[in-house]
Design a protein. Structure first.
Length: 255
């Protein structure tokens, strides 16, 4: 084991992740291209983290301006640094705060893994509807059950069996909220394994370097607990969908 002198730094968070979701670079590039295809002028990302997908959509749309909202200041700083390094600092702003209750409608809205801010998926889809201009697009990333879970299986995720639907039910919720599904995609096994392994990698690399330090036992326990929950719990149970949804244009209005 590699040992170093001095007090160890705290483990980093999310440093090994490109996206805080089971999302590959290839899929992200394709989604960004689809969202940019209508040449949006405004892009809003709620629960943006460091806003990697937001930056890709804005980069692919020279006239677009983007706004990312999140409650994690460290993630927002990472987003600002990435925007500056790509020459997008004048077109993308990152704002610290909770999910808004109202906002100027945008041409494209992104919400990946942040639906819990409104409670249920239905509540999130209803709230987000007001943030998307008529004729605009919403990218909604959220979980679903790959198969019906038992009470004990759902409890691993601090959920109940009826707390989310299957994939078809999730699409039905979107349609009921006033959208039409343009693309329906789900994270594959490779994306899930890369995501979970990368999430754990920050802890594991820290342990590889500082595994004999007093605080290592707590970090090791956190990593082992999460890994067991994944591999022995939700690995074949929890799915994640990326729904590209179109908000229906107002009747008689141009799209």
């Amino acid at each position: 084991m590699l040992r170093v002198s001095g007090d160890p730094p705290a483990p980093t968070s999310y440093a090994s992740l490109d996206f805080n979701a089971p999302l590959s670079d290839v899929r992200a590039t394709t989604i960004a291209r689809v969202l940019a295809g209508t040449e949006p002028a405004t892009v809003l990302d709620i629960g943006c983290g460091w806003g990697e997908l937001l930056l890709r959509v804005v980069s692919a749309t020279p006239a677009a301006r983007g706004r990312g909202i999140d409650s994690d200041p460290a993630a927002l700083d990472r987003g600002r640094a990435n925007a500056a390094s790509r020459g997008l600092a004048d077109r993308v702003v990152f704002v610290e705060g909770p999910a808004p209750t109202e906002h100027e409608p945008a041409d494209v809205v992104i919400c990946i893994g942040a639906d819990h801010a409104w409670g249920s998926q239905s509540d999130a889809l209803a709230a987000l509807h007001g943030f998307v201009r008529p004729g605009g697009q919403l990218l909604f990333g959220s979980g679903f059950w790959e198969r019906p879970p038992s009470v004990d299986e759902a409890a691993i995720l601090d959920m109940a069996p009826d707390s989310q639907p299957d994939l078809a039910g999730l699409v039905d919720l979107a349609i009921a909220a006033g959208y039409r599904p343009l693309f329906i995609e789900t994270a594959n096994r490779d994306e899930w394994e890369r995501f979970e392994s990368s999430y754990l990698a920050d802890w594991e690399r820290w342990l590889h370097r500082y595994g004999d330090e007093p605080e290592a036992a707590e970090i090791r326990a956190k990593a082992d607990t999460h890994r067991n929950q994944w591999l022995r719990g939700y690995r074949h149970l929890l799915g994640f969908a990326y729904l590209t949804l179109g908000r229906l244009p107002a009747r008689g209005a141009p799209t």
